[in-house]
Design a protein around this ligand. Structure first.
Ligand SMILES: NC(=O)c1ccc[n+]([C@@H]2O[C@H](COP(=O)([O-])OP(=O)(O)OC[C@H]3O[C@@H](n4cnc5c(N)ncnc54)[C@H](OP(=O)(O)O)[C@@H]3O)[C@@H](O)[C@H]2O)c1
Length: 312
């Protein structure tokens, strides 16, 4: 059997490890991986010689500098530069070494701060970005435009998926660097462990967000790699949002924390809603499958099993 050779860049991260789980069940694919110590994707020479030697047919670019709002606001230089370097080197090498198809990942947070809900793909660059996130967004938008430019100028089959907020095993649980769900899971876990009678959460709990279980994203990436070739990027989400209050209640159940939830309403709420329009992907025949209770349960079990080695 002639196996299709796929390089999963960032295979040990949240998305990369979900892609590894997905492709483990598909023997027609030969998976190529490199740790950062083996090939630093910020080093153009290392990337080019790796592509020259391995000549992957397919690439999913899941390596990036990723973090929560605090982290990206405090480190705009690293968020801009590291992401530009990684994506430029990988996308350029994929072109130079004639990779058949590449999938790049954008993110829901790069859409304008004020945007019509649900967020359509056509909303990108229609208004000012979220300032706390600007460096990351500028890098991601440059990556999207680079994929589109290679398609237009050289006919390269480089595609882009725009995932909603993700969560799952191998997430980052470090309060300085994490996104909202792993941060909440850890907070509730620690409150339960220390016997605290309450946890305090920011804002009113009323804002709504969309959370996609990372194995569903991996499935969508594989679906797009198999079935989609086009200039337009594609939103990947659940098509449904949930309030932070409801999420907190589910996390209370999942972690076994039975104390009180206190809401610190002196803290800002942020945007009232953030939800992707997923009709384009739904029309192609894909939809998310994992209910949030199930996804959070699996994520928490993974955290408990990996308390020592998890990023925290
Ligand atoms: N997390 C989300 O909610 C979310 C939402 C939408 C889109 N995305 C996108 O999904 C992609 C993956 O994100 P993630 O959440 O999986 O991030 P992650 O868990 O932090 O994983 C990123 C991976 O990239 C690798 N990496 C970073 N810099 C590298 C370098 N210079 N050379 C080689 N490898 C490098 C990391 O390797 P090390 O382990 O060595 O650090 C890590 O394995 C990103 O493009 C992100 O923008 C994520």
């Amino acid at each position: 059997m002639n196996r299709k050779r796929l390089f999963i860049a960032g295979h040990r991260g949240l998305v990369g490890s979900a892609l590894m789980r997905h492709y483990a069940a598909r023997p027609e694919w030969e998976i190529i991986t490199r740790t950062r110590a083996e090939v630093d994707l910020a080093d153009p020479h290392a990337v080019d010689s790796f592509f020259g030697a391995e000549k992957p047919d397919y690439v999913i670019l899941a390596a990036a500098r990723v973090g929560g709002i605090k982290d990206s606001y405090k480190h705009p230089v690293e968020f801009l530069l590291e992401n530009l370097k990684i994506q430029n080197h990988v996308i350029e090498a994929a072109h130079r070494h004639a990779t058949r198809k590449l999938l790049f990942l954008g993110s829901t947070c790069i859409y304008p701060k004020q945007v019509e809900i649900p967020i359509k793909e056509s909303s990108l660059l229609t208004g000012p970005m979220e300032p706390t996130n600007e460096a990351y967004s500028v890098a991601k938008i440059a990556g999207i435009r680079l994929c589109q430019a290679y398609r237009r100028q050289y006919g390269r089959d480089f595609i882009v998926a725009m995932p909603a907020n993700l969560y799952g095993p191998h997430d980052n649980f470090d309060p300085e660097h994490s996104h909202v769900l792993p941060a909440l899971l850890r907070k509730f876990h620690e409150a339960k462990r220390s016997g605290s009678p309450f946890v305090t959460l920011w804002g009113t709990g009323r804002p709504c967000r969309e959370f996609l279980y990372v194995d569903d994203l991996a499935d969508a990436c594989a679906f797009l790699l198999d079935h989609y070739s086009g200039d337009d990027f594609v939103n990947v989400g659940v098509g449904q949002d949930i309030s932070i209050r409801e999420v907190a209640e589910i996390i209370g159940k999942v972690t076994g924390f039975s104390g009180e939830l206190r809401w610190d309403i002196s803290q800002p709420d942020g945007n009232p809603r953030r939800l992707l329009d997923v009709s384009k992907l739904a029309a192609m025949g894909w939809q998310a499958r994992t209910p949030i209770e199930q996804g959070l349960g699996t994520t928490y079990r993974w955290f408990l099993d990996n308390v020592e080695s998890a990023r925290k």
